[in-house]
Design a binder for this molecule. Structure first.
Ligand code: ADP
Ligand code: MG
Length: 705
């Protein structure tokens, strides 16, 4: 039996949230801080000392000994450097617990060890962290004690963004400004602010920790690099929404509690499609907070899994042949007056503001499909996108029947006169209720799907930050809104101008709409006919960041400077080569030190047993054993040859000076060589006695959690 949890009581207990601020800050300071948080107005530095003092007192009252600026460098994980609150001892040897306004607002870090993409030379080591008061400080309680974490942005000595938060905040300002103009065009001048809301659905795998530790590939790379398919995969669909196993349930319970204490609105949990795969979704929040919270979700999953003897795998593709994990990024735009711009209402054909918003989003996605694709590019996602798995690498939009019909009406006749009504679902059982059908069905294969009142961008990888995806979404839509507002604000006949604009945008960008099955080969061909980009892998997607189009977009809206974009491309190429390099070396290590010795032990045993049998019984038929021995020896030879090829290619890769060329070499030569090594090894796993095989199999990992 589980004990009672007072959710309302524990929710946010580790957060310096609004009620704590209200209670602990002088009224005038509280008001000023709230203005920055809620209206996006400039932070008044004169309040820093008072806020720091209150924050420290609250933290110390809750057992904190240390504080840290908590930031998100380009490593893909968060970073923290703890400082205790202690002052130097006075003449009596007594210390005080201190946090100054300066220490709250600005941190100085030796940033040279974080990826910079050449934005500065290594000798220019200084980097700064700057307090982001829009994301509340929180307490982390773990083996190190209690630490006050202050969310911060991270930049170089010269002010270049070196993190994932800064561009996201910049993009939020861009969309705020342009979306507010759209509201004003329609007479909603009471709207002062528009923010992107984001709800990221986090998929993950849980495996037994003891088994995980026996798999050096999981330990070093987060995914399996060898492994034959078990007799059962996910064909029976019995895991999706299946009953949650006790051990997993205990993990989920503790995870929820930890997250609620951190103010993360953990809402939905269920088993996912693949065995050992699960999902957690919070209630959506303002983009910046959602991005920070998602980092906390991933971190807490890792931490809590250890306490339960489990290992949490956040990699996009931990197991070949088994569905990988993503992070569906649900995105919408809400005004401070509580209106969601993406809400079509019951009769979307009459909702002109919505139709304009939809048309602008279609234009944005069609114009910058390459950027959107790039925003989801991490090495692990190469195994999902474009690999016959959800979703395909081609960007298209699913709008559903009702909206497609409205778009068609507008394009064909120049006017939309009706919206298809949704029907009633009749169950055929008198005791069951009939209910209203949704106006759109779901489409699981679309990378960018309209769902009720939001778009769901499904390409983001499970281990990735949601920042990049939302930076792109916010900025490309800001651009489309700006172009629309520039024209419409000048229009003499507004009704006529807007009608013409919507029609024109729909006509021009209709090619991006696809409501069919995105997994099929026909769609790949059809998309090519429509001229839609199909960037199959990360290295092909990276150049999208630095096209003239991208540089103009991001610099126009102050989201990235050209130097920052160029640096980010370098960082991405480096991240790709480093990841594959570690994977390749791990394969060589496992093949050389574990698999080959195990196969040799087993084949030696086999050879000896053939000898023994023949000695004991000269006419016994040992052809099966002999065949197996031959087969295993042949595969062993193939493994050795593949190891040589991989080693040779790795050596070659050290000769590239250009990061882009090097990354392409990894994709073109190292990845195939890794496949060549895996193939005979996986065949050997099917032939060698299980007791000889040096680590747990796929079946052991995913079916015996
Ligand atoms: P699904 O049925 O698609 O798996 P989930 O319930 O798992 O849906 O996740 C949906 C996510 O979308 C949740 O995080 C939810 O809070 C979020 N969401 C709902 N409405 C909006 C909205 N208007 N804007 C952004 N996100 C939203
Ligand atoms: Mg979901």
């Amino acid at each position: 039996m589980s004990e009672f949890i007072n959710v309302a009581g524990i929710f946010g207990e580790n957060v310096f949230n609004d009620s704590v601020m209200k209670e602990r800050l002088p009224k005038s300071v509280y008001k000023k801080l709230k203005q920055t948080i809620e209206d996006g107005s400039e932070l008044d530095p004169s309040i820093a000392d008072v806020v720091a003092q209150a924050m420290k007192e609250w933290a110390v009252d809750n057992g904190a000994t240390h504080y840290t600026h908590w930031f998100q460098p380009m490593t893909g994980v968060t970073a923290e450097k703890h400082n205790s609150f202690i002052s130097s001892p006075d003449s009596n040897g007594k210390i005080l617990m201190e946090l100054s306004g300066k220490e709250l607002i600005k941190g100085e870090a030796d940033g040279s060890s974080f990826p910079t993409g050449g934005l500065r030379a290594t000798f220019e080591a200084r980097g700064y962290t700057a307090w982001d008061c829009t994301s509340p400080a929180f307490l982390k309680k773990d083996a190190t004690g209690v630490t006050l974490c202050i969310p911060t942005a991270f930049c170089s000595y010269g002010g270049d963004a070196l993190d994932k938060k800064t561009p996201l905040l910049r993009s939020m300002e861009a969309i705020d400004k342009q979306a507010t103009r759209i509201f004003h065009l329609f007479g909603h001048t009471e709207v002062k602010r528009v923010v992107p809301s984001v709800g990221p659905e986090q998929e993950y795998f849980l495996v037994d920790r003891a088994k995980y530790l026996q798999r050096k590939d999981l330990v070093y790379t987060g995914r399996t690099l060898f492994g034959a398919m078990p007799p059962k995969g996910q064909e029976t669909d019995d895991h999706y929404y299946g009953v949650i196993d006790e051990r997993i349930g205990a993990f989920m319970k503790e995870l929820n509690e930890e997250l609620w204490k951190l103010g993360v609105t953990a809402k939905t949990q269920h088993n996912e499609a693949a065995p050992a795969q699960h999902e957690l979704a919070p209630i959506y929040a303002i983009a910046n907070l959602a991005a920070d919270h998602n980092q906390l979700v991933m971190e807490t999953m890792r931490k809590v899994s250890q306490r339960h003897g489990l290992a949490c795998l956040l990699h996009e593709k931990p197991f070949k042949g088994i569905t990988g994990s993503g992070k569906h990024n649900n995105w919408s735009l809400s005004s401070d007056t509580g209106v969601n711009m993406l809400d079509p209402g019951v009769t979307p054909h009459e909702n002109i503001q919505f139709l304009l918003v939809l048309a602008c989003i279609m234009k944005a996605v069609d114009t910058h499909a390459d950027l959107l694709r790039q925003s989801a590019a991490v090495p692990g996602n190469d195994h999902r996108l474009g690999a016959h798995e959800a979703p395909p690498a081609i960007i298209s939009i699913f709008v559903g029947d009702q909206l497609e019909d409205v778009i068609n009406q507008l394009c064909c006749t120049g006017a939309a006169s009706h919206s298809k009504a949704s029907g009633t679902v009749k169950t055929g059982v008198t005791t069951l209720p009939d209910f209203d059908q949704d106006t759109t069905d779901r489409n699981r294969t679309s990378p960018f799907a309209f769902t009720t009142n939001k778009f769901e961008f499904r390409m983001v990888g499970s281990s990735d930050s949601v920042s990049a995806a939302n930076v792109v979404l916010n900025t490309i839509v800001a651009e489309a809104f700006k172009e629309a507002a520039d024209t419409l604000e000048q229009a003499e006949d507004f009704d006529m101008a807007i009608h013409d604009m919507i029609k024109e945008l729909f006509e021009k960008h209709r090619r991006i709409i696809f409501n069919g099955n995105g997994y099929t080969e026909e769609w790949v061909e059809e998309a090519a006919r429509r001229g839609l980009p199909n960037l199959k892998c990360m290295v092909d997607a990276i150049p999208s960041l630095v096209t003239e189009k991208a540089i103009k977009l991001f610099t126009d809206f102050g989201v990235y400077t050209k130097a920052e974009l160029l640096a980010r491309a370098v960082i991405e190429y480096e991240a790709y080569t480093k990841t594959i390099n570690v994977e390749a070396k791990t394969m060589l290590d496992i093949a050389g030190k574990q698999i080959i010795p195990a196969v040799i032990r087993y084949t030696t045993f086999m050879a000896q047993s053939i000898n023994t049998i023949q000695k004991a019984c000269p006419y016994a038929d040992v052809s099966v054993q002999t065949d197996m021995l031959m087969e295993m020896s042949k595969l062993l030879g193939e493994m050795k040859a593949a190891m040589n090829e991989l080693e040779k290619n790795l050596e070659m890769s050290t000769h590239f000076e250009d990061m882009e060329q090097c990354a392409h070499y990894y994709y073109d030569a190292i990845v195939p060589a890794m496949d060549h090594l895996r193939e005979p090894a996986d065949k050997l796993e099917m032939l060698v006695d299980k007791s000889y095989w040096p680590f747990p199999s796929y079946g052991d990992l995913i079916f015996e959690v």
